[in-house]
Design a protein around this ligand. Structure first.
Ligand code: HEC
Length: 412
């Protein structure tokens, strides 16, 4: 039986006592004004869920997950397949409202819901026994390495971290009640939010140091983490925190004057980009460049997800919309486009007796995993089958043909 180890209190609170030792707050924050370059999506397709969409997210494989009718559905070959709730002895009959769908290390997803923590594997959703009080779960963030490794859980009672089978509660002075949390994907720092109060989490030896930055965010609507930054979607635009950077905080106003409210956030992991949903647009910040895609007429529901292809998903009532940024317009076929690319870049290692990528059937069966490996820089490998140094990774333009072909339905 798993136990709840209450209150491993942590932290030096740098802002305790009013923060008088804090330097001028301007040195903590860079303001980046402006709405960025205006753009329109190359394609937008609609898909109907048939019932009102509650929330969306992605699995660790980058598949879209859609919650409606009390069930999780996975986009599988262009159609939504239910991943039914498996109810064992003593398990709740329903998940209740779903608050967070997040990738799970080892595959599938974590589902944070009113009735507790659930996990999605290949075919089912099932309850994960966790806290003795089994409260609602707002966030479930799985971090594989770094000083902050573990499964981070935010509940109405505060912030918890599960490592192995132990769950401990993190008490932060003066901050109580409903928490949200995001941890940088390398596990090196994080941010917790209690209402509109922010606490940064930075590991130091065996402790986690907590700081309370004096930022004027207004309401905090969303929180998400990329590889090297934690983002807050707020009434005053997008805030980004990178521990150790100077200054550690950036505020993107996303507007020419004043600031645009951010309703939802999503991370494009392979590109290390963050997407923010405002009432009028979907804005992406990638390598410092801000691009704003118009979303007028598509509702303002705060649901946003980025799948393995980098496609942007939003929801509005019962409708899902899948939008793609610029892509090649011609459709690609295996024999004319993909095969020469494979011969050029993959065959030296992948044309053997056990697996021949030059065979259509063989390659089609691994195509999606091939794309995610190429995007993440895992393939192609360098000499000795080792991962290539990052400067030798393929650029997006180098594998556009693979992306295009998969989107076109993998024609032979
Ligand atoms: C220098 C050798 C090398 C090159 C070049 C290479 N790979 Fe690989 N690939 C490997 C090795 C080694 C593995 C097995 C390691 C693993 O699974 O982590 C692998 C595994 C894979 C797998 C998993 C196979 C499966 O059955 O699931 C995919 C998919 C893949 N590679 C795609 C590609 C693609 C696409 C290219 C070309 C763009 C490519 N690789 C180029 C060495 C290479």
């Amino acid at each position: 039986m798993r136990t709840l180890l209450t209150s491993i209190a942590v932290g030096l609170c740098a802002a305790c006592g009013g923060g008088s030792d804090r330097p001028d707050s301007n040195s903590e924050l860079d303001v980046v004004p402006g709405g960025g370059t205006a753009a329109t999506f190359a394609t937008t397709e609609a898909l109907s869920a048939g019932e009102t969409v509650e929330t969306i997210g992605v699995s660790s494989e980058g598949h879209l997950l859609v919650v409606f009718g009390g069930q999780v559905h996975e986009l599988d070959g262009g159609a939504l397949s239910a991943r039914s709730l498996y109810v064992g002895t003593g398990d709740p009959e329903a998940m209740g409202a779903v608050h967070r769908v997040a990738p799970r290390i080892g595959g599938g997803a974590w589902i944070g819901a009113e009735a507790g923590l659930f996990a999605l594997d290949d075919l089912y959703t099932y309850k994960v026994p966790l806290l003795e009080d089994a409260g609602a779960i707002e966030d479930a963030i799985d971090i594989s390495g770094g000083a902050l490794a573990g499964l981070w859980l935010a509940t109405p009672a505060g912030l918890h971290r599960r490592t192995g089978d132990d769950v401990s509660k993190l008490e932060i002075a003066e901050l109580t009640g409903a928490a949200h949390v995001a941890i940088a994907q390398d596990g090196s720092f994080g941010v917790a939010v209690f209402g509109d109060e922010i606490a940064t989490l930075e590991p130091s030896a065996d402790q986690i140091l907590v700081d309370r930055p004096p930022l004027d965010t207004g309401a905090i609507n969303a929180i998400a983490a990329g590889t090297d930054a934690v983002y807050l979607g707020t009434a005053n635009g997008l805030f980004a925190f990178t521990a150790g950077a100077t200054p550690p905080w950036k505020q993107y106003t996303l507007a020419e004057s004043g600031s645009s409210e951010v309703l939802a956030l999503a991370i494009d992991g392979p590109k290390n980009a963050v997407w923010a949903r405002t009432a009028e647009s979907a804005v992406v910040i990638e390598g410092g460049a801000i691009t704003s895609f118009s979303m007028t007429g598509q509702g303002t529901m705060s649901a946003l997800a980025i799948d393995a292809f980098g496609d942007v998903w939003t929801a509005n009532g019962t409708e899902l919309a899948r939008s793609a940024t610029a892509r090649a317009t011609q459709s690609a076929t295996f024999s004319a486009d993909v095969l020469p690319w494979i011969q050029d870049r993959c065959s030296m290692c992948h044309m053997n007796q056990t697996q021949n990528f030059e065979d259509y059937e063989v390659f089609a069966s691994v195509a999606e995993s091939a794309l995610s490996r190429v995007r993440s820089g895992d393939m192609p490998r360098c000499t000795g089958g080792l991962r290539c140094p990052s400067e030798q990774r393929l650029e997006e333009a180098d594998y556009l043909v693979l992306e295009q072909w998969i989107r076109d339905g993998m024609p032979e």
